[in-house]
Ligand binder design. Structure first.
Ligand code: ADP
Length: 556
């Protein structure tokens, strides 16, 4: 092959003049493929017409010039690499002496006006070697595949467009499916909600912000005696007792502000005029945009529960009353004991006054008056005990007034110490300076304190260290706590178990009836409080009682 292009061999068959000579140059130049012949220095040494046409060049302008001067890369195309790839392929051909087929290259061509036109080429570089095997020429054959590439590109674009359409359709389908699912779920929710409303035991009533009934479930029909058809569209105030019409206004204005009205008890009226006691809660209904468009009310008829509660209260009151009478019976027995002390003390004072009068002189008269005052105080106390016993047996309601507990306790301590053997007893009081006022029957509470103090003082007779601490403080919200603490021997287990029961006593016959603590408990309980005893750390007992700060109703 290489020999064909040797200048000497070009005139094949020159020794046969009869045969017309093949003009290889004309043949080459006219051949329809695109051919360029390069020397090893990559100068253009031959080019055919088709190549010139395709690259918009003229043979005489390019022959002899370096390939890459004639065909540089398009300077406006930053990614242009046609020249570089071609140079690499030609170098491989020179080095290896083997043909090199290149992938399709984008290699723009320059028009005579100097503009570059987009072109795509499929090049093949073929070496022609001399008899020594050295590459003498490189035939650079290219095919202009611009049309093909562009068609491919157009086809790719169509394929891409179709794909993106398919993707968009798929996406839309998916969204549709999800929306369907969501709709289904909403529909399911709506149905189950509707079922809940329908089968609810509680009346559920919907109303508009203007107070018209918008829905009325079967439980509401049963509770109020209206059918849904007859009440929907009517003002919800049809269900209100006349004295509670204001309530609806306040409910509507609170709901309009978005408030939820927690369960409360109130009254409503049935179609037949009968009132029902209901527990009621109201919450706003919002539109899908969040605007408040109405309210839903849930009502439960608690008339029966209320009546049962009332019966129970009546019963309890009855029992309390009876137990008071019982207690009164027992108290009659202890009355002697309770009265014994102040009367005996009073008597002592009178006797002392008598004795003092026998040796009457001006100075002793003062003393006599003092003794008589003390006797009078004891007699007044005895009177108070009797009055209180009357109160207690329910002949009249007790006198509850708001009292300052520290004053009440101070007085009770003074009373408790009278006539008791208080020798060696060290009393200290600790009263919280911010004690709230408590609604109490002063005499009753003082009776409790006197009793507890006397017990404490008596218990401490048997011990050396006799410390009595009385304190009052605010405790759990709503209560005050009173503590009476002694250093006596503590409660024996038998007493401890039955402490507040009647006839529990360890005192010698005649000095104790075992009624005091039981009465204390009755009094504290009737005040809505609680009393209990606890041993304290070393030795001794602390009695505690709490009293509510807010009033409890008077016992009947
Ligand atoms: P009484 O004083 O008539 O015995 P109470 O009901 O007041 O009746 O007391 C019952 C018993 O509880 C007393 O006999 C005593 O044994 C015991 N007790 C009460 N207070 C104390 C106390 N602070 N320390 C030890 N024992 C006590």
């Amino acid at each position: 092959m290489g020999a064909l292009l040797d200048r000497s061999d070009i005139s094949v068959g020159s020794d046969q003049p009869s045969t017309p000579e093949v003009d290889f140059r004309a043949f080459f130049e006219a051949t329809p493929g695109l051919y360029l012949v390069l020397d090893p220095a990559l100068n253009i040494r031959a080019v055919n017409d088709a190549y010139c046409r395709a690259t918009m060049t003229k043979r005489d302008e390019i022959l002899g010039r370096p390939l890459f001067d004639v065909f540089p890369d398009n300077p406006d195309d930053a990614g242009a690499d046609g020249a570089r790839n071609l140079r690499a392929s030609l170098n491989r051909v020179l080095k290896l002496g083997l043909p090199d087929a290149m992938a399709v290259q984008k290699y723009d061509v320059r028009s005579p006006e100097g503009d570059f036109e987009e072109r795509h080429w499929s090049p093949l570089n073929i070496p022609l070697a001399d008899s020594d095997g050295n590459v003498r020429w490189i035939i650079h054959r290219v095919e202009d595949v611009t049309g093909l590439v562009k068609r491919n590109a157009a086809r790719d674009q169509i394929a891409r467009d179709q794909q993106s359409l398919i993707d968009r359709l798929r996406g839309a389908n998916r969204e549709l499916a999800q929306a369907n699912e969501a709709n289904q779920r909403l529909e399911d929710d709506r149905l189950s909600l509707a079922r809940i409303v329908e089968f609810s035991q509680d009346a559920i009533i919907g109303k508009s912000l203007s107070g018209l009934v918008t829905s009325f479930n079967p439980a509401a029909e049963a509770m109020f005696g209206y059918s849904s058809a007859e009440i929907v569209g009517q003002p919800v105030t049809l269900l209100f007792p006349t004295d509670l019409l204001d309530e609806e206004e306040s409910i509507l204005s609170r709901v309009a502000r978005g408030e939820v009205i927690e369960t409360y008890e109130t009254r409503r009226v049935r179609k037949d005029g009968r009132e029902v006691i209901v527990s009621l809660s109201v919450s706003p209904i919002r539109s899908s945009t969040g605007a408040i468009i109405g309210a839903s009310k849930i009502l439960r008829d608690i008339t029966e529960r209320k009546q049962a509660e009332q019966r129970l209260n009546d019963l309890q009151a009855e029992i309390l009353h009876l137990s008071r009478w019982n207690t009164a019976g027992m108290m009659a027995t202890t009355l002697a004991h309770e009265l014994n002390q102040p009367l005996a003390a009073g008597l002592n004072y009178v006797r002392a006054a008598e004795r003092t009068m026998q040796a009457a002189d001006g100075e002793n008269l003062l003393r006599v008056r003092e003794l008589l005052d003390k006797a009078a105080a004891q007699i007044i106390r005895a009177g108070a005990i009797i009055k209180h016993l009357r109160d207690f047996t329910g002949q009249r309601s007790t006198d509850r007034t708001l009292e300052k507990l520290d004053t009440v306790l101070e007085e009770a301590l003074a009373l408790g110490f009278v006539g008791a053997n208080v020798a060696g007893v060290d009393l200290s009081t600790r009263f919280d300076p911010f004690l709230p006022l408590v609604p109490i029957d002063r005499v009753q509470i003082q009776q409790v304190v006197v009793n507890l103090v006397r017990n404490a003082v008596e218990a401490m007779q048997s011990v050396e260290r006799r410390q009595l601490v009385v304190s009052a403080s605010g405790t759990d919200p709503g209560y005050v706590l009173v503590r009476i603490s002694d250093t006596g021997p503590g409660l024996s287990p038998e007493v401890r178990q039955r402490l507040f029961q009647p006839f529990v006593t360890t005192k010698a016959a005649g000095s104790g009836m075992g009624m005091g603590l039981m009465i204390c408990q009755e009094i504290i309980k009737s005040h809505g409080g609680r009393i209990w005893a606890e041993p304290h750390a070393d030795t001794g007992t602390t009695f505690h009682f709490i009293l509510p700060v807010s009033a409890v109703p008077d016992p009947p």
